[in-house]
Design a protein around this ligand. Structure first.
Ligand code: NAP
Length: 265
């Protein structure tokens, strides 16, 4: 599973919550090394040695030969960074969430030139949860009602979370439906009785919760609940590093964490 040489990593959003967690973890990891860490142009930490031996840069263009870009920033920043990664032939692991379909289409076209892995949730536990959701949906059939609840910290920009949407898409895929068919984002007013096909998605924003997801399958007289709780961002950072080890062995292609889970098995 391990690569023979050290993997050189460029980290976008170096001073952000995820970027800084990834750099700290890289500094404790033997087979990987942060070689270029960068931030948005006017970030106050540009030029500072925020992490031992690493200066925060204000661009990705000048990055020396890195093998992989790990990017947890904003959709706009990721789209710029991926263009540069393509020119520089640097493989990309993208954890940013909140992409539009147009963004995803663009990333998929870039993936014809470099390998790109995109996942709204890099936690290994959450991705195993998704496999369990797929299995439960197949086994329970179409008669079970589905509701998804996610909870995140009060600074999260997008809602519902990319992970909650992905869980709903997996269920729809198993049921032979369009990706986001029947999604209902919260309920208010007088929505009336629930229709059998809808998938309710609820976003709670409170305190400093790192990330919680729960899927409920409701049948006659029973509810099956599959849930996952993330206590620290290290769960995502660790998954991103495993994804980088996975993608280093690829030449082109669009990948998701499900591919990494299959690779780990
Ligand atoms: P954050 O703390 O706001 O960090 C984002 C960082 O990116 C900020 O430091 C920001 O700088 C920087 N940035 C903005 N534009 C940039 C550019 N052009 N080049 C380089 N850096 C740039 O957010 P976060 O909590 O770390 O989350 C980042 C993203 O990852 C979000 O989309 C979040 O939803 C997602 N996320 C994904 C996972 C997963 O497992 N996939 C887990 C957690 C979070 P400024 O502050 O100057 O704008």
């Amino acid at each position: 599973m391990k690569n023979e040489r050290i993997i050189n990593v460029a980290v976008a959003g170096a001073c952000g919550r995820m970027g800084s967690t990834i750099i700290s973890l890289l500094q404790k990891t033997q087979d990987m090394k942060a070689v270029w860490i960068f931030e948005s142009k006017n970030h106050p930490s540009i030029g500072a040695e925020v992490f031992p031996g690493l200066i925060v840069r204000d661009n990705f263009e000048k990055c020396p030969a890195a093998d992989v870009l790990i990017d947890f920033t904003t959709p706009e920043a990721t789209m710029e960074n991926i263009e540069i990664a393509t020119k520089k032939k640097i493989k990309a692991v993208i954890g940013t969430t909140g992409f539009s379909q147009e963004h995803i289409d663009k990333i998929k076209s870039v993936a014809k030139e470099i390998p790109v892995l995109v996942s709204p949730n890099m936690s290994i536990g959450v991705n195993i949860m998704m496999k369990l959701v797929e299995l439960a949906t197949t086994m329970l059939g179409k008669d079970y009602e589905v509701e998804i609840v996610e909870t995140h910290h009060h600074n999260k920009k997008d809602a519902p979370s990319g992970t909650a949407l992905r869980i709903g898409e997996i269920i729809n895929n198993v049921r032979g439906k369009q990706a986001r068919e029947g999604f209902i984002y919260g309920r208010s007013g007088t929505p009336g009785p629930r229709t059998p096909d809808e998938i309710g998605i609820h976003a709670i924003r409170i305190s400093d919760v790192v990330g919680e997801h729960s899927v409920m399958f409701g049948g006659r007289g029973e509810i099956l609940e599959i849930s996952h709780r993330c206590f620290t961002r290290e769960a995502f950072a660790q998954g991103a590093l495993i994804a980088a080890r996975f993608i280093i062995g690829k030449e082109t292609g669009f990948y998701q964490m499900a591919d990494v889970i299959d690779w780990l098995m």
